[in-house]
Structure formats: structure tokens, C-alpha cells
Design a protein around this ligand. Structure first.
Ligand code: TRP
Length: 373
């Protein structure tokens, strides 16, 4: 069935047709011309951008126009602390770091413990706060520049957020919130208000600077509805509309139509997984392989439906030559799924060992990054 999928900030179901999603949300696709324009400033393209896994945007050309005029932009992204961090959560963050490095941009990183409590991921607000601090370790471990990074937790930084939140909230009607997010009478009033809180960091860089600072938000496409609402109110409040740079959602280990889901821990690789767990999960992943070795040697396998190949494509084969070799040997039948999984697991284990070491060090570095009210 065409367009039989749901994408909201709180629910993604069905097989997402990204071209249809661009039409539905009214965003722009990222094309070769825009990639070339980015590369003019960065000198290179991050593999996730080069491969079209960041596939859509709002007003990225305007961000670059302003940059070229000497008006640099700030970056804004966020995390709803519902669980431990898995590799899918990190996908946008790698591109955020790359943009921060290349453009020397300040990053505002919102941690929405309020959201995850209001949307019932937790019964107690303090549990949401605990996961927030756990997730911040993984964020710091990504390698953001402490001089250019401001992380804040909503319920802790609220004195700075609330004045803007009320100005935004006053300009968003219940009927808009219902139309954009699908709320009905059964939702609690915190859920209805929440989008105002997620809008606030779009304007914080301007307030801090005392003039209008362009803001670019790299994130999963599912967050766009919030920023559609924000863009509607921005100019009425005297600010520029925030721009967006949107990624696809990395598939889970059970097939390209599957999601990485915390409720199914075997579907995702978490930042704190042990080597044993990583190897086991990848060993059980869905592939595009044939029923027997003999058949696979003869007919080749199919990377187009393979979870393991998606991991290479998203994160673990940054060089195009290496990715092409994986793909070609898979299609030709030279590469067996078992070997391919071990090869991937070796990359993942190496990455996560290093990540876990940085994560451990991050425990003493919180004050370098966290804004206090
Ligand atoms: N709502 C996001 C989530 O559930 C968290 C978030 C807050 C966010 N601000 C953001 C995500 C800005 C991306 C960009 O994860």
C-alpha cells in the first residue's frame, strides 16, 4: 500500500518512504548541487551526507548564504533521555560533530527529561533525570569541542528556557498542536505544551548574542513537526526561522524495515554493550544471504535488504572504496554472511571500546559541557 507509514516525533511505524515523507512534511530534498555547495566550505563531505543518508533539509541554502555573508550559524540538536544510547541515536551526532569542526559552530544540545516523563516513558521524573545524565556521557564521548558545546537538561535549565517558552506557547493554538501532532482530548496538558520547550533553543543563540543568529538543526526527520511549528512563530517573535538538516532513521538488526528499539534490545547495539553481546547481536542479524553456502557462491547475496550491509553503509565503511568492495563481493557470492558479520563486529567492537573509554572519562568532564541555571 502506498504511504502506509506513520512518522511523528513519538512514533515511527511501517516502512518509511522518504520521498513521500519529504512531500508530506514539505521539506526539500538534498541534491548534488547542495552537496557541492557544502563541500565548498568543508573541503570534504561526511559519509552520511555524501551517501544521501542525510537526505532532506529546510533552508540550508539560506544558512550558507548567511555564512558566506559573514553571519555564522549555531547548531542545535537534542536527545529525549528514554533509555541507553544505541548506534542509531548517534547517527545525527556524528554529522553534528563534523559540522561543528568544519564551521567552528557553537552547539546547543537539549536534553528533554520533561518530554520523556510527560510522554510516559517514566513514572518518576527523577528516573528521566538519571537517564539524562547517563546519555550525556555518550554525547560527550562523541568528541564535541567543550568550548563550543552547551548541554542543558530541561528541568534544570528551566529559568533560561521558560521566558521564551511562554512567548512561543502563546502563539501556538491547541488546534495547531492537534493538527500537527495528532493530539486529542486524552493527552495531558504537558504534552500539548511541550513543543514550546523544544522550540526554545532555536532562539537561545540569538538571545545570547544580542542579534539574530541563524540556527541549523541536524536531527532525525521525525523531529520536523516541532520545527514546523517553531518556524511559524519565529518571525512573529523577531527571530529567523530555524533551518533543518534531516537524516533517515538507521534500521535495526532484524531487517531494513525493522527499527532499533529499546523494547527489543537485540535489535540495536547499545553504547555500553559488551563485546560478547555485540558479536551475538550481529551474529543473529538479518541478512540478504541465501539458504546455503553453495547457493550463495553461485547466485550471490543481496545487500539491498541486508541489515548488516546497512551498518557498513551508515557507520562502519566510511571509505567509498571499502563500501564498494563489501557490496561487490556480496553480490558476486565471494563474501559469506558469517564472515561479513565477523568483519562488521570487529569494527563495531573497536569503535565501542574506544567510545566506552571516552565515556568513562566523560564522568569527570560534565562541568565542561553542562549549562547551569
Ligand atoms: N524530542 C527529541 C527526542 O525525543 C529530543 C530533542 C529536543 C531534539 N530537541 C531536539 C532532537 C532538537 C533533535 C533536535 O529525542
Amino acid at each position: 500500500m502506498p504511504e502506509d507509514f506513520v512518522v511523528t516525533p513519538w512514533e515511527v511505524t511501517g516502512e518509511v518512504d522518504y520521498e513521500a515523507l519529504v512531500r508530506r512534511f514539505g521539506t526539500q530534498p538534498i541534491d548534488d548541487a547542495l552537496r557541492a555547495r557544502i563541500r565548498k566550505h568543508t573541503g570534504d563531505l561526511h559519509p552520511l551526507v555524501r551517501r544521501g543518508l542525510f537526505f532532506s533539509h529546510r533552508d540550508l541554502n539560506w544558512i550558507l548564504d548567511e555564512y558566506e555573508k559573514g553571519n555564522p550559524f549555531a547548531l542545535y540538536t537534542g536527545r529525549g533521555p528514554s533509555s541507553g544510547i544505541h548506534l542509531g541515536h548517534m547517527v545525527p551526532w556524528f554529522v553534528v560533530k563534523w559540522l561543528q569542526d568544519r564551521f567552528r559552530a557553537t552547539l546547543w544540545f537539549q536534553i528533554t527529561d520533561d518530554e520523556k516523563y510527560l510522554f510516559r516513558d517514566f513514572e518518576k521524573l527523577e528516573d528521566s533525570r538519571t537517564i539524562a545524565y547517563d546519555n550525556i556521557l555518550d554525547i560527550i564521548a562523541i568528541g564535541f569541542d567543550p568550548k563550543l558545546t552547551k548541554i542543558f537538561i530541561d528541568t534544570e535549565y528551566i529559568r533560561h528556557l521558560y521566558p521564551l517558552a511562554v512567548q512561543i506557547a502563546k502563539r501556538v493554538t491547541f488546534s495547531t498542536a492537534k493538527a500537527v501532532f495528532g493530539f486529542d482530548e486524552s493527552y495531558n496538558i504537558g504534552q500539548i505544551f511541550y513543543t514550546a520547550i523544544q522550540a526554545v533553543p532555536c532562539f537561545l543563540p540569538s538571545i545570547e548574542a544580542g542579534h539574530n543568529v541563524p540556527v541549523l538543526i541536524p536531527c532525525g526527520m521525525d523531529q520536523d513537526p516541532h520545527f514546523r511549528v517553531t518556524r511559524d512563530v519565529a518571525e512573529r517573535l523577531g527571530y529567523s526561522k530555524p533551518a533543518g538538516l534531516y537524516s533517515k532513521l538507521m534500521p535495526g538488526l532484524f531487517g531494513l524495515k525493522s527499527k532499533m528499539s529499546t523494547s527489543q534490545p537485540e535489535s540495536a547495539i547499545f553504547a555500553t554493550d559488551t563485546e560478547k553481546a555485540i558479536r551475538k547481536k550481529i551474529g543473529n542479524a538479518f541478512t540478504g544471504g541465501r539458504a546455503t553456502v553453495e547457493e550463495q557462491r553461485r547466485l550471490g547475496a543481496n545487500p539491498d535488504i541486508c541489515s548488516v550491509f546497512a551498518y557498513y553503509q551508515y557507520l562502519f565503511a566510511p571509505e567509498d572504496t571499502y563500501l564498494a568492495e563489501v557490496e561487490q563481493t556480496c553480490r558476486s557470492g565471494e563474501r559469506m554472511c558469517g564472515d561479513c558479520k565477523v568483519e562488521l563486529a570487529d569494527h563495531v567492537v573497536k569503535f565501542l571500546k574506544e567510545h566506552q573509554a571516552r565515556r568513562e572519562k566523560a564522568k569527570d568532564r560534565l562541568d565542561e559541557f553542562i549549562l547551569r541555571d
